[in-house]
Write a protein that binds this ligand. Structure first.
Ligand SMILES: C[S@@+](CC[C@H](N)C(=O)[O-])C[C@H]1O[C@@H](n2cnc3c(N)ncnc32)[C@H](O)[C@@H]1O
Length: 546
């Protein structure tokens, strides 16, 4: 469960204080556990008047008629078996939908079902414009009206803050604490980075229109991984989440890469033979012209630039393509970060403009994937930081990536200190500071999961801490450091409201069994939709020293 993700800190006892969550906590040991939006069954602790739940567990393989009640964290539909209240979770079931589902897996005190057939569609049904939406795991909620998607996400954050963060629902009802989710005005073509994989055989879902066709040897695939499978690739010709320019590049590559005359072979994840592993497309913007700039990054198992030449020739004709990179990853792992990186055409970075600053982005550095909404997010972060603006304050930017947040604040503060584990991101951050004429920012490479008592001795005491960890959230060592530091404000930005809620709990309420005393008050929680049609939720939380 969520708590297991924080090494050295056990909050399980606190989680299980919520009886309805016990079912989910006791068996689940990874952060992939679902998190229902509503208590699955009544308990004597919360509702003494209700009868005890009927012991029930559906058999694996049995078919149930179900109605989806809500969307859980990570986008799974939560349903209850009638008469028993037993909870089942179903991928791609949406609130209000009545459907037949087959029990596929038992997971602790709940079960997972696979949807067989919709009997009546869900509330707020809309036609999905993408032809792959039923099979590709990326956009799980394209069929749901955007306003309903927002409502579900807002509810999930609220539930996590209450049940994992242990904040009272009264706190969350106060407008000043829990703010309405900020929608994303652009709901398609918003992603500036997509990573596709090459595969030796196309994955064709059984219920797809051509699902029963015979596969031939030449059924090479380039597309997205089938949900839950590292070795199955859904062949796609375009993705409605990426830019039009990136779709142009994808179409050209799809047209020819499989041609036997080129001699290119997809990498086989089982035999570890083959050349082409991934295709990463990144879209930025030229500051002067405002035109799109596309970086094409081929991830291959070895360095053979002559093999890629015909593809490079074809794509470099597209005016938006300004960079073609080759990351060579000879390991058996599936990652797109290479041990070596080569520039095959044009420059090695693309640029993007955010809050009036120019950022150079290399193939492997982190950059917010929705530039349009990052503009909104960063403006909100600045508002929440509530800077004096007189250049007197010190900002500590934890998990700074390429330095974007710190640099957008730098002009109004005395100094920004950024910490980040990826060396390339730190180089990018330093270069970004120079490009933008910012001289009061220092970026340091360091693993924030491994800090010791010396952390904090190299920079003055910060007034404001910005923390933007990736999905696992903050390590207990970092939380301990923050509780000792007692900066007046912490702005916690998170792409995982579950781990974020856990960390907020520690920062505000402490953890007595570990001798941690909380010293912050949760001032506001602001969910922001950065990724329409997907289950991902971003949150900005403002904490104030008590
Ligand atoms: C969600 S990103 C935030 C990046 C940046 N704040 C931004 O808005 O672009 C999280 C960053 O944390 C970095 N990171 C992950 N684990 C880390 C660790 N243990 N120590 C330091 N940085 C880490 C990642 O490399 C990534 O750049």
């Amino acid at each position: 469960m969520v708590v297991a993700a924080i090494p050295g800190c056990s909050g399980a006892s606190r989680l299980t204080a919520h009886p309805w969550m016990r079912a989910f906590c006791c068996s689940a040991s990874s952060s992939s556990s679902p998190f229902p939006s509503h208590p699955p069954q009544a308990s004597s602790e919360t509702s003494p008047a209700l009868p005890a739940p009927v012991p029930f567990f559906p058999k694996r393989g049995s078919t149930l008629e179900l109605v989806c009640e809500s969307l859980a964290f990570k986008g799974k539909g939560v349903c209850k078996v009638s008469d028993t209240g037993f909870v089942v979770m179903c991928d791609s079931a949406l609130p209000g939908e009545r459907f037949l589902g087959r029990v596929s897996r038992r997971k602790g005190n709940y079960a997972e079902v696979t949807k067989l057939k919709t009997i009546t569609p869900h509330l707020d049904f809309v036609e999905a414009p993408c032809e792959y939406t039923s099979y590709c795991g990326g956009c799980k909620t394209q069929n749901l009206l955007y306003e309903a998607q927002l409502k579900a996400k807002e509810q999930q954050v609220r539930d996590l803050i209450i049940h994992v963060g242990n904040f009272s629902s009264r706190d969350c009802e106060k407008e000043c604490t829990f703010k309405t989710i900020v929608p994303c005005d652009i709901q398609f073509h918003y992603r500036n980075k997509m990573e596709f994989s090459f595969g030796v055989q196309r994955w064709v879902p059984r219920d797809a229109p051509n699902g029963n066709r015979d596969l031939t040897e030449n059924d090479y695939a380039l597309g997205l991984h089938a949900p839950g499978f590292f070795d199955k690739v859904l062949h796609i010709n375009k993705c409605l989440l990426q830019s039009e320019a990136a779709n142009k590049v994808l179409a050209i590559i799809q047209d020819c890469w499989w041609d036997q005359n080129l001699g290119l072979s997809p990498y086989n994840v089982h035999t570890h033979h083959g050349f082409l592993k991934h295709l990463m497309l990144r879209t930025g913007r030229d500051k002067k012209t405002g035109f799109a700039e596309v970086m094409v990054n081929f991830v291959t198992s070895s360095y053979k630039p002559e093999m890629l030449e015909p593809l490079v020739e074809k794509i470099s004709i597209i005016s938006e393509v300004v960079s073609v990179m080759n990351n060579v990853n000879s390991s058996v792992g599936n990652t797109s970060v290479g041990e070596q990186e080569y520039t095959l055409y044009g420059k090695s970075t693309i640029s993007e403009v955010l809050r009036g600053l120019t950022f150079h982005i290399s193939a492997n550095s982190f950059f917010q994937t929705n530039t349009y909404q990052a503009e909104v997010l960063y403006k909100l972060i600045e508002d929440f930081a509530d800077l004096k603006g007189d250049q007197s304050e010190i900002v500590l930017d934890l998990f700074c990536g390429t330095g974007t947040i710190g640099l957008t604040l730098a002009r109004r503060v005395r100094h920004v200190y950024g910490y980040e584990v990826v060396e390339e991101a730190i180089s990018d951050a330093r270069r970004n500071a120079i490009i933008n004429g910012i001289h009061n920012a220092t970026f340091v490479r360091g693993d924030l999961n491994k800090i010791d008592d010396n952390f904090g001795k190299d920079f003055p005491r910060p007034d404001i801490v910005i923390s933007d960890p990736n999905r696992p959230g903050m390590h207990s060592k970092l939380i301990k450091y923050l509780l000792k530091l007692r900066a007046s404000r912490i702005i916690y930005i998170s792409c995982n409201p579950a781990t974020c809620s856990r960390d907020l709990d520690y920062l505000c309420h402490g953890l007595p069994e570990r001798n941690l005393t909380g010293c912050y008050r949760l001032k506001s929680v602001q969910p922001v939709d950065m990724f329409p049609h997907t289950p991902h939720i971003e949150c900005i939380c403002a904490l104030e020293l008590c």
